[in-house]
Design a protein around this ligand. Structure first.
Ligand SMILES: [Ca+2]
Ligand SMILES: [Ca+2]
Ligand SMILES: [Ca+2]
Length: 179
């Protein structure tokens, strides 16, 4: 698999929240609900912020459903995102909204940075393993101050979505690329 395909596999797994093998609008909303639930924020303004961000992000992805059956298969996801090419950048705004809402949901102690514990909670919420979290955190925390700041987090999330560099630190955001 290419780097692009590996990252798409992780994103597909991230967004296919009910593990049905396809992604639908419900998955995006369930993702907001799941994050809010794991963070004890169900019904809070942060939950509403997440639902709004993920609803908007779904809007950017709905077009990947080429056959119009209301669900995006893994093939539709990968070929659709490849075909987007430069158009992928249009999703940037949706990802920024999502990233900021995510950061707010997981930065629970409000000291403007994700601690190792908060980062592990982030991985577990999405169904990813925290096994390599301690080791990866040291790279993800780019200025080495012990916290992933909002700016660091957004840079990592955008690198994960957009970078074609094998060595981009953001590739590690959800753990090792090989599932
Ligand atoms: Ca699904
Ligand atoms: Ca479809
Ligand atoms: Ca930092």
């Amino acid at each position: 698999m290419t780097l692009f395909e590996k990252k798409q596999a992780i994103l597909f797994r991230l967004y296919d929240v009910d593990q049905s093998g396809f992604i639908s609008q419900d998955d995006f909303l369930h993702l907001a609900d799941r994050v809010a639930k794991t963070q004890g924020q169900t019904g809070s303004p942060r939950h509403a912020q997440l639902r709004a961000a993920l609803g908007a992000l779904w809007g950017y992805h709905a077009g990947l459903d080429k056959d119009g059956d209301g669900r995006i298969t893994s093939d539709e996801w990968v070929t659709g995102r490849l075909a987007l090419g430069e158009g992928l950048k249009r999703i940037y705004q949706g990802i920024s909204l999502f990233g900021n809402a995510l950061f707010d949901a997981f930065d629970k102690d409000g000291i403007q940075g994700l601690s190792v514990a908060e980062y592990k909670s982030f991985l577990i919420s999405f169904g990813f393993s925290p096994d390599n979290a301690d080791q990866n955190f040291r790279q993800l925390d780019q200025d080495g101050n012990g916290l992933i700041s909002r700016k660091e987090f957004m840079d990592l999330l955008l690198q994960f979505h957009y970078s074609n560099e094998e060595s981009a630190v953001g590739n590690l955001l959800f753990g090792p690329l090989d599932l």
